[in-house]
Ligand binder design. Structure first.
Ligand code: HEC
Length: 106
């Protein structure tokens, strides 16, 4: 029996969606660990913080209003995709999230 093209397309789209999601999540975590962590680590120039530092709405606002700028302007060091990924990671593991992550940088 011949499989209709639309089924092949839908199956491929489903695989793509399933594969992309963990990749994005992993990416946000590595931006947080590597790039935010380059300053935010013990002995670094800024305080160590975990995603549970803020509630999810606070993280959203932090990025929306570029609040980091008040302490230090770091925006030029991040692509929009990196900022989106790290924001999503922090929101997903915020204090009021389903999977709070209290241990982050060291
Ligand atoms: C170039 C160094 C540097 C990098 C990179 C950096 N920060 Fe910071 N950050 C600072 C400094 C300096 C402060 C102010 C001192 C402190 O809070 O320890 C700060 C403060 C903060 C604060 C506290 C804000 C407040 O109002 O008290 C948060 C939250 C924060 N950074 C998040 C991040 C996130 C998220 C990233 C990665 C996207 C990041 N930082 C990357 C240097 C950096």
């Amino acid at each position: 029996m011949r499989v209709p093209a639309i089924c092949v397309f839908l199956a491929a789209a489903l695989v793509a969606v399933v594969m992309v999601q963990p990749l994005e999540a992993a990416d946000g975590k590595s931006v947080y660990l590597k790039k935010c962590g380059s300053c935010h680590r013990s002995g670094g120039e800024a305080e160590v913080f975990a995603p549970t530092k803020y509630a999810s709405t606070q993280w959203v606002r932090f990025f929306q209003r570029d609040k980091h700028k008040r302490k230090k302007d770091i925006s030029a060091d991040y692509t929009p995709l990196e900022l989106e990924a790290v924001k999503n990671y922090l929101v997903d593991h915020a204090a009021d999230s389903d999977q709070p992550e209290a241990v982050g940088l060291r």
